[in-house]
Design a protein around this ligand. Structure first.
Ligand SMILES: NC(=O)c1ccc[n+]([C@@H]2O[C@H](COP(=O)([O-])OP(=O)(O)OC[C@H]3O[C@@H](n4cnc5c(N)ncnc54)[C@H](OP(=O)(O)O)[C@@H]3O)[C@@H](O)[C@H]2O)c1
Length: 323
């Protein structure tokens, strides 16, 4: 099969399109003929092996343990492994697999859901990781309810574009933070208000929010807490930058330790990939409450360019790969 492969960590040149053996699905796994894949910052982290901590946390110390990048996928079931009960060959699916920048990728059946007929493979391929991250941050970490005020820092990105829509679907009053060129995009997602972080400090004390979801990433905890009400909830989703060894992990370690000693709740979003919530996201889409915002679609051979576009901070919403 055709796949994007990297043998070493580095810049985009390490990614090569190559013919490799198609994977064989293990018990509980499905082999998917990938029609579209999604890329997000995790693909850049895998490509570069940065921050170094990730190499010790499973990426592979000297070289990538899994040489094919990509986690999000949408496609058609080609083969099922033993003990698989929910899918048959020919089913159209979306979800999270391994090495999805390839013609075929294995995925655990509990990380796959049926693809809605009305949606394209590209649309569904950009939902799983970012959509689940937004859902879990708002529903499970912050317990957002109707009428609450929610600040989404990083509203124009992959996770943020879903977070704005899901918070609106929950009946919240939503303010999105992004850079100047993307203000209209965030408004188009349904945000009630937008703040341009190039012009205004969202934690200047003018307004406090019941919930702050920080996806943008590099703001210190004390600064984010200034944007919260006294009993508000902060959810840390991710962040780029920081040192080459630890990135922004320091904040994520400190927040849960500090939380019991302050009036506000400081939470970190822990990944929980499951098919029930993926089907829930598909339902939100069927009800017209959430739609993937795809900025660009690249071909498989153009994965390096897709990662570059994302890493340069140019994408509005999501970037898809047509396989
Ligand atoms: N914990 C998890 O399970 C999980 C899952 C998925 C992602 N993540 C992490 O979450 C982060 C975001 O992912 P993503 O897919 O949404 O990335 P993305 O598509 O690249 O979006 C990044 C967002 O951050 C904003 N941003 C950049 N600099 C900022 C600043 N100084 N102040 C405020 N906002 C700023 C960007 O706004 P502009 O583009 O307008 O500058 C954009 O909205 C990444 O670090 C990713 O690794 C974590």
């Amino acid at each position: 099969m055709k796949a994007i492969v990297q043998d070493v960590y580095g810049t985009a040149e390490v990614l090569k399109e190559r013919q490799i053996e198609a994977p064989v699905p293990a018990a509980g796994q499905v082999l998917v003929r990938v029609h579209a894949a999604g890329v997000d910052p995790s693909v850049w982290h895998l490509m570069t092996g940065l921050p170094y901590l990730l190499r010790f946390a499973g990426f592979g110390v000297r070289a990538p343990r899994n040489p094919v990048p990509g986690g999000d996928l949408a496609g058609v079931v080609a083969e099922v492994g033993g003990k698989v009960t929910r899918f048959r060959p020919g089913d159209a699916v979306f979800g999270i697999g391994t090495g999805t920048c390839a013609e075929y990728a294995p995925a655990r059946e509990d990380k796959l859901a049926h693809k809605p007929d009305a949606m394209s493979f590209e649309q569904m391929a950009v939902v799983p990781i970012s959509g689940l991250t937004a859902l879990h941050s708002l529903r499970d970490c912050a317990h957002v309810t109707a009428g609450q005020t929610v600040l989404v820092v990083g509203a124009s990105g992959g996770v943020g574009s879903y977070a704005v829509q899901i918070a609106k679907a929950y009946g919240a009053d939503v303010t999105g933070v992004c850079s100047t060129p993307k203000l209209d995009f965030v408004r188009s997602l349904g945000a009630d208000r937008v703040i341009d972080y190039c012009q205004q400090d969202f934690a200047d004390g003018r307004r406090q929010y019941d919930v702050v979801v920080d996806i943008g990433g590099s703001s210190p905890l004390g600064w984010l807490r200034r944007a919260l009400t006294r009993a508000g909830t902060l959810v840390l989703v991710g962040g780029e930058g920081g040192g080459r060894w630890f990135g922004t992990t320091g904040r994520s370690l400190v927040a849960p330790l500090m939380s019991p000693f302050v009036s506000q709740k400081l939470r970190i979003r822990v990944p929980r990939e499951n098919h029930t919530d993926m089907a829930g996201l598909a339902s939100l889409m069927s009800e017209g409450k959430m739609m993937p915002a795809i900025d660009r679609v690249y071909s498989l051979a153009e994965v390096p360019q897709a990662i570059g576009y994302l890493a340069d901070g140019k994408a509005r919403g999501k970037v898809a790969i047509h396989v």
